[in-house]
Structures are given as C-alpha cells and as structure tokens.
Design a protein around this ligand. Structure first.
Ligand SMILES: NC(=O)c1ccc[n+]([C@@H]2O[C@H](COP(=O)([O-])OP(=O)(O)OC[C@H]3O[C@@H](n4cnc5c(N)ncnc54)[C@H](O)[C@@H]3O)[C@@H](O)[C@H]2O)c1
Length: 348
C-alpha cells in the first residue's frame, strides 16, 4: 500500500480479530496502519491494510525498529493472549505475554517518543460486576478481576497509567465488553482457535458444523434466567479506537473508558437471534452454571460518549448476528471448525 503522507500507527496484534477491523477503520480514516504481530493466533490474510511486521512485543528492539522504520508516533495495542480459561491453568504465560510484553512495548515506545497509546482492556477488570446484579457498570466500579486474564489487563492499565505520569505519554484504555460480528465486506472476521465466544459457537451449531450449544445455566436472577452480556459490533469497537487515538488529551493523561452499548442481551436472546438469521433453530441444551459467571455484565457507556464522542451505530443484535453469520458461512481464513483448505497462514 502506498503510504503517501498518511500518519503511521503501530497496531500490535493487528492480524487478530479486533486488530484487523481497527486497521481497516484506520486506513479508511487516512492513517497508515503498521501491523506488528507474531501470528501466534492471528492470520497474515487478515492484514490487508497498511504494512505488516512479523515480530513479538516482548522483543523491544523489534518494536523500536518498526516504530523507526515507519515513524509511528502512536500505538494501538491489541497483542496478547485472550482465553480466560487458559489463563487459569497457564497464568505464568499470561503474565509473560500480556504484562511483560506490554512492559517491553512501553520501553520501546518511551525510547522512540511515542505520544499516544490506545490499549485493549476488558470488562474482565470488573470481575463479577461489583454492584447490584442487573445494574450497568461504570468505570469507577470496583476492580476485582475473577481470572488471571483479568488480572493481567488491570496490571497493564496500572502500568500504562504510571508510564503516562512518568514520561508524558497520553493513553486511553478501552474496556471492551463482548466484541462480536464481522465486517460486512466478508474480508475479515472472527477466527479464534479455539473459539469460546457465544455467537460464533451458536452459529456453528445452527449450521450443523459443531456440536449442539450448551447454555450454561438458566436459573440466574435475570429476566429469562440466562446470563446478560453487552454485545458490541466489532466495527463499532474499531471506531472507538480511532476516536481514542484522536481525542485531545494533555501529555501525561490516562483515561479508562468502557466500550459497550449499555444494553444487555441474554444468552437465550442470542440463541433466538441466531436461529432467526440462520432460518433454523440452534440445537442446544441447558447445562450447569460455569463457576464465576456473573449474571450480568453490561456497560455504563456514557463516558465513551462524553469523552470520545463515540456511540455504537451497528450493534443491534440482529445486525451483529447477520454479519457474523455471513462470515461464519464463508470465512476467508482460519482453519476453523469446518474448512480444511483455509489454513493458508504462512509459517511463522
Ligand atoms: N474478543 C473480545 O471479545 C475481547 C474482549 C475484551 C478484550 N479483548 C482484548 O482485545 C485484544 C484483541 O482480542 P482479539 O479478540 O482480537 O484476539 P486475537 O487472538 O484475535 O488477536 C490477538 C493478536 O495478538 C497477536 N499476538 C499474541 N501474542 C503476541 C505477541 N507476543 N507479540 C505480537 N503479537 C502477538 C496474535 O497473533 C493475534 O493476532 C486482546 O488484548 C484481548 O484481550 C478482546
């Protein structure tokens, strides 16, 4: 891609699900995304906008070289491990990649005078949600991560905040709720392996390409007994990153902002929406609750509007499911549950 005079933005983890959608949004906004990714869970085919640098965030020298080569003065940091369950059995790995990796990245950023950082944080920093079961969660709610994964996200927030104070970086940590959907182009979409997220699993079950879905508990204190979550379309999430990159902040400022819709959808509503979109019911059964699953995790999304001027525009559940279904029916990459011919990822 011809760079011209477009400002470069280093996008760590930009070959992954949310990073690829954000790289597209950056490109559409006139930036030159420089994807820096180890391809440990991402896909080379997902890097279609800007440049690609194959590297590991734990390698501060490689990050510094990439910043130098493209003259990037801002970084959007997605790279890391994401599976909550795996973090319980491999906490050391999560601290090494998510936390030590972020230390290395910050070192390179400080050396190269990076001025703005946007960090992928998570609703996992709130743990059980803290307050009354069905209330939305504001940024000031108690932080009590319920997993080593959530611990690493909170630790990174603290470290980034301290780095802002010490060195004059300005940063926004975006605490995502449940990212879902896919770009309508069909070029990029969700391709986690293993997939643990509800919407792709429900779609795979509806398409007969995975075993029937298990709904974990229908005896919660929620309107239909199943858990409530806040689903945010990945393109709305991508737009929030662009807004966080551009928001005026003084040097040294750190902001943590929820990115969600403020509206909860139950597991049963998701199952019904997938059934409607697929034109056939989702085969499913109700199982026991999973340990630690809070009944409701829904954002108070007012701060994102106030600070970033951001609001979701495509996060209606039926829209999310329609876009996810289009992708899942014909994914452009990912070995996935179905395709045998889609693992075209180059050896790393
Ligand atoms: N998907 C969600 O619903 C969700 C919710 C909250 C927060 N997040 C956070 O958003 C970020 C992106 O999530 P995603 O769903 O796109 O995950 P993903 O696995 O699709 O993307 C992560 C990317 O990081 C890369 N990566 C991993 N370790 C690396 C390393 N050491 N060096 C360089 N690259 C490395 C992977 O190859 C991959 O491309 C993660 O930090 C995750 O914790 C995601």
């Amino acid at each position: 891609m011809d760079r011209g005079s477009k400002p470069a933005v280093l996008v760590t983890g930009g070959a992954g699900y949310i990073g690829a959608h954000t790289a597209k949004a950056l490109s559409e906004r006139g930036y030159f995304p420089v994807v820096f990714d180890s391809l440990s869970s991402g896909f080379r085919e997902a890097v279609r906008w800007g440049a690609f640098v194959h590297g590991d965030i734990r390698d501060a020298r490689a990050v510094a070289d990439a910043l130098d080569e493209y003259g990037a003065k801002s970084v959007i940091h997605f790279a890391g491990l994401i599976e909550v369950g795996r973090s319980v059995v491999q906490p050391d790995l999560f601290w090494e990649i998510n936390v030590a990796g972020t230390v290395s990245l910050l070192t390179a950023m400080r050396e190269r005078g990076v001025e703005r950082m946007v960090f992928s944080s998570s609703a996992a920093v709130y743990g059980q949600g803290g307050r009354g079961a069905l209330e939305t969660i504001p940024e000031g709610a108690a932080k009590a991560p319920a997993s080593p994964y959530g611990d690493t996200k909170l630790a990174c927030e603290w470290m980034i905040e301290a780095q802002c104070r010490a060195y004059g970086l300005s940063a926004v940590a975006l605490r995502y709720f449940n990212a879902a959907g896919a770009d309508p182009s069909g070029l990029i979409g969700e391709a986690h392996e293993p997939e643990t997220h509800l919407i792709p699993l429900a779609i795979a079950a509806a398409l007969g390409e995975a075993k029937p879905l298990t709904v974990f508990g229908d005896d919660f204190d929620t309107p239909d007994g199943t858990c409530l979550r806040d689903y945010i379309h990945v393109n709305d999430l991508a737009a929030a990153h662009v807004a966080a990159l551009e928001v005026e902040l003084p040097a040294g400022a750190f902001e943590a902002v929820n990115v969600g819709t403020g509206k909860g959808n139950s597991v049963r509503e998701v199952v019904d929406a997938v059934g409607r979109a697929a034109g056939r019911p989702v085969p499913h059964s109700v199982g026991a609750r999973r340990a630690g699953d809070p009944p409701s995790l829904v954002a108070d999304a007012s701060r994102a509007k106030e600070l970033l001027g951001w609001e979701p525009v495509c996060s209606d559940l039926d829209r999310i499911v329609a876009d996810a279904l289009r992708w899942e029916a014909q994914p452009a990459y990912g070995s996935g549950r179905r395709a045998t011919d889609r693992k075209a990822q180059p050896a790393s």
